[in-house]
Design a protein around this ligand. Structure first.
Ligand code: B12
Ligand code: SF4
Length: 439
């Protein structure tokens, strides 16, 4: 059996390779290891020979970088957003050439990610239908899980919603081996990778889909995570991002044994946490262990210094907990300019969020602030409030650049962005040029 794996291009106002990898897709391929021949086409692979030839797409010190892009017209419903719309990823012709050069596969598995990135998925489906009319197209991942009805319209043969993969195994007629690690070997060249030690999150934030999609927090088998880590190291990976939603929860059962294992095995890679850590769980000892084991960048999900806002949205973390965590991290040897607190911008409860005060508070801790543009998610409490501003049944309106502008206005967004940039210029040690989680 031949299976093509595709990570689609992104249509958006902005996109950046912030350790982006199609981890769900590659995990599924890993479970099928030995039962099929795989080929991968990852539009976002900056080490692909085409991308590697372009100037300006070089990786930074931690393996991140700009993606190749072309300007395209704004979608009709976003025509009033005063920002350029772009298509990020390898040119479409490369994929068409690829499809022409390779004989048709039996199945094509496509990764879906942000709900508002569906135009990239639609483009891939169109090209496959044209070139390989008999191939069966299967979609899985975040967009199809959150917008199942909308995804039906794209014309795939199977949609795998959520985390239950049984329908997929039945459709393929293959019994998976769930002990197998992610299929990283499918990249010809790989410098950054991803790990996920757990699924789900014990919190219930009103703006987040994770509690509903994953139900309870659950640790993944540690042995399998070590196998994945060792595989990544063998392939020459230098930077690894955790995609966990609650990496620090119950650390004595999960992260501490994992990091002790990293030290015992004398593994030397840089770890990163773009999906945010909860500052509440950072103790003095955990901070030391994380730094010793190779954590280099620390992204902390803070959102707001307003206790009222926190209480009304799930009580994820409070200001004193952030301050304490920063102290521990800095004392453990983390560099201030590599500690970043995300703060949500364009949230429906903006009136009680005290965003400016929150930004100044973060700055007073001597760490970087980053604005996390709010993306309303269907099925969440806060997504429910957003019908007031946008048509939530059109995923393009979940766009994190568009929604805050629609809600607060372009001038206000520019003012806050500028304020964040200025605050970051005045960090005690070093300066930062990245002002928003605007990837
Ligand atoms: C990692 C991550 C990121 C990464 C990027 C990931 C990437 N490759 O693009 C970073 C940190 C950069 C990021 C950024 C953002 N993110 Co994010 N992110 C995630 C996270 C944690 C995982 C997504 C993922 O990779 N899933 C795949 C893997 C890891 O999941 P898995 O459980 O192993 O997959 C299983 C099944 O889902 C299934 N499966 C998964 N994929 C596939 C594919 C196929 C073909 C099949 C068959 C099955 C299948 O099989 C697996 C079985 O084990 C999700 C939350 C979550 N837990 O899903 C949010 C999530 C996707 N992000 C979200 C948000 C809000 C954002 C931001 C807007 C935050 C902000 N304001 O800055 C930005 C947007 C970035 C942008 N440019 O627009 C939202 C979704 C928003 C939306 N409208 O779609 C989510 C759902 C979190 C939430 N708050 O609810 N994110
Ligand atoms: S702590 Fe993070 S992952 Fe968990 S529910 Fe809140 S926002 Fe979502």
């Amino acid at each position: 059996m031949k299976i093509l794996l595709v990570n689609p291009p992104i249509y958006d106002f902005a996109a950046y390779d912030f350790w982006l990898k199609p981890y769900g897709l590659l995990s599924v391929a890993g479970y099928l290891r030995g039962s099929a021949d795989f080929k991968l086409f990852d539009y976002l692979d900056r080490l692909h020979p085409f991308a590697a030839q372009q100037t300006g797409l070089e990786s930074d010190r931690w393996g991140r970088g700009r993606l190749y892009c072309e300007k395209v017209p704004n979608p009709a419903c976003l025509k009033d957003i005063p920002r350029y719309f772009r298509r990020f990823g390898l040119p479409r012709e490369l994929f068409i050439d690829f499809l022409t050069a390779w004989q048709s596969c039996d199945f094509v598995l496509i990764q879906t990610m942000m709900t508002y990135w569906y135009p990239g998925v639609r483009e891939v489906i169109e090209d496959i239908r044209n070139a390989w009319p008999n191939a069966k197209i299967i979609l899985g991942g975040n967009y199809v899980t959150l917008c199942g009805k909308h995804a039906q319209r794209l014309g795939a043969d199977l949609i795998v919603s959520g985390t239950n993969l049984d329908p997929l195994w039945q459709y393929l007629g293959i019994a998976p081996d769930l002990n197998q690690p992610t299929f990283w070997q499918t990249y010809e060249k790989l410098k950054t990778g991803v790990l996920k030690l757990s699924d789900g999150c014990p919190f219930n934030c009103t703006y987040c889909s994770v509690p509903k999609v994953y139900s309870k927090f659950k640790a993944r088998p540690l042995e399998r995570s070590f196998t994945e880590l060792e595989l990544l190291c063998r392939l020459g990976v230098e930077n690894i991002a955790f995609y966990d939603d609650a990496l620090l929860f119950e650390p004595e059962k999960l992260l501490i044994p994992f990091l002790n294992g990293v030290l015992q095995r004398d593994i030397k890679v840089n770890f990163h946490t773009p999906n945010a850590l909860n500052a509440r769980f950072i103790t003095k000892d955990l901070a030391k262990l994380m730094v010793r084991a190779g954590f280099k960048t620390f992204y902390l999900g803070f959102e707001s210094a307003s206790a009222k806002w926190q209480q009304q949205t799930g009580s994820k973390v409070f200001s004193d907990e952030l301050a304490q965590a920063c102290q521990y991290l800095i004392a453990a040897g983390a560099e201030r300019q590599n500690i970043t607190a995300y703060q949500i911008l364009g949230h429906p409860k903006t009136d009680i969020q005290q965003l400016e005060a929150s930004m100044r508070f973060v700055n007073s801790l001597g760490i970087r602030g980053m604005l996390a543009y709010f993306s309303p998610i269907p099925g969440t409490v806060d997504g429910g409030f957003c019908h007031k501003w946008v048509d939530m049944d059109e995923p393009l309106f979940h766009n994190k650049t568009a929604f805050p502008i629609i809600m607060l206005g372009f001038d206000e967004i520019s003012r806050l962005k500028d304020l964040q940039r200025k605050l970051n210029l005045h960090l005690p040690a070093g300066k930062s040029n990245m002002t928003s989680r605007h990837l």
